[in-house]
Ligand binder design. Sequence first.
Ligand code: KG4
Ligand code: ZN
Length: 333
Amino acid sequence: NKPIRILGIETSCDETSAAVIENGTVILSNVISSQIESHKRFGGVVPEVASRHHVENITVIIEQALQEADCTFDDIDAIAVTYGPGLVGALLVGVAAAKAISFARGIPLIGVHHIAGHIYANRFVKELEFPLVALVVSGGHTELVYMKEHGAYEIIGQTRDDAVGEAYDKVARSLGLPYPGGPHIDRLAHEGIPSIPLPRAWLEGTYDFSFSGLKSAVLNTLHNAAQRGETIEPQTLAASFQDSVVEVLVDKSFRLIRERPVKQLLLAGGVAANKGLRGALTERAEREGVELIIPPLSLCTDNAAMIAGAGYIEYKKGKLADMSLNGIPGLPL
Ligand code: KG4
Ligand code: ZN
């Protein structure tokens, strides 16, 4: 019984990553090259800069992932690559690399949805049990996803404007914090008291989210204080903002679980690294007797191990891609 090894490739945004995993859940290597330093001075990801970095790095990163896993291409059973959603130029680099290796070596190719990857990061922690709900929170996504089986995604609620991570990054920017601001706000929030009243968009009767009103309220609070010649402690503002975000995310997730009983609640996406969110979900899940799975910090933000993990499921189902695979920026889940 030869183990099945999948090479994962992820280039949808500003991380060039390659990983080798065995039998779906054992990570042999997970190499991540972050471009944050290159984008910092622009205050966000510059698509053209991202594509160029991916082109420069992709071959080296793939070689490193194989080396760290003590593998050659001969040991790889399939290549799983993110083909959307994301920045088109960035996606194309990963897809082109995966197709080239697949074609040259005759290795089966698998196309993976980036968000499916984030969800399957949880499978490195524990086997998934269905039905389940995944709370997906990243720089581009905020979704409550209901899954009855592997690979079947029903979006029950989503953001109507900003994604959570996007709101975090914008609020951070208004406080003069570097990109990406999410981790900085998270850190400050733990040093402050949430004493500034900020809105919570409940959007009653739906499982949708909205964060742009909250973001504007934060900006207005800063602006009004400046006009009065007052200063607001960034810790207080960060804590108040995080409180509002976390309360809505946790509450809506558990409302859904009450309506559609599930075996597990999964947390997924870059914002899953948020300490406030992890803490509040853990506490509530314990209180309500719900099994909660949260990926380790290293698997929350973009990485190729999670792409290989989701790809393994597709491989087992025999769902392979061919040379027509293309990067799709707005790929639906
Ligand atoms: O999933 P990800 O790596 O990339 C996308 O697919 O978007 O998520 C990146 C996002 C950024 O907006 C970043 O600020 C946010 O995740 N993030 C956090 C934290 N760590 C990363 N947001 C809040 N608290 C954190 N600790
Ligand atoms: Zn992501």
